[in-house]
Ligand binder design. Structure first.
Ligand SMILES: [Zn+2]
Ligand SMILES: [Zn+2]
Length: 121
């Protein structure tokens, strides 16, 4: 029976969590979130996109502001959300927690990027 099998699987996870600690449970959460959000093969460049999508949607990220340096006096980044919508907008706000450190308008694009799988819609 599928119900019984499900309970058993959950018990396995709990047992494993007790053995390996928090990291295993977090990995498990990621796997579940991953299977809920995405289908198909994790291959090629798509995998990086999926990983970033998973991180931006499941982790808590805070905006960072680009600060001028000696070699880059006017730091700017292209807003990832706006450029996906066909709008070119240079911003100072980025998310340094996302793997690609995308530029994002602080409002509303930062929130869209981190809450919408299809942030361009
Ligand atoms: Zn982020
Ligand atoms: Zn934007």
């Amino acid at each position: 029976m599928s119900h019984k099998r499900k309970m058993y699987t959950l018990k396995e996870v709990v047992d494993q969590t007790k053995q390996d600690g928090k990291a295993t449970f977090l990995t498990f959460q990621h796997d579940v979130a991953s299977s809920l959000l995405f289908t198909g093969d994790d291959v090629g460049p798509l995998k990086a996109d999926k990983n970033e999508a998973l991180m931006r949607l499941t982790e808590r990220h805070y905006p960072d502001v680009l600060v001028p340096t000696a070699t880059w006096s006017k730091p700017q980044a292209r807003c990832r959300v706006c450029s996906k919508k066909g709008v070119r907008r240079d911003v100072k706000t980025i998310c340094s927690s996302c793997p690609s450190k995308p530029g994002l308008c602080s409002v509303p694009c930062f929130k869209l990027w981190h809450t919408q799988l299809h942030y361009w819609e």
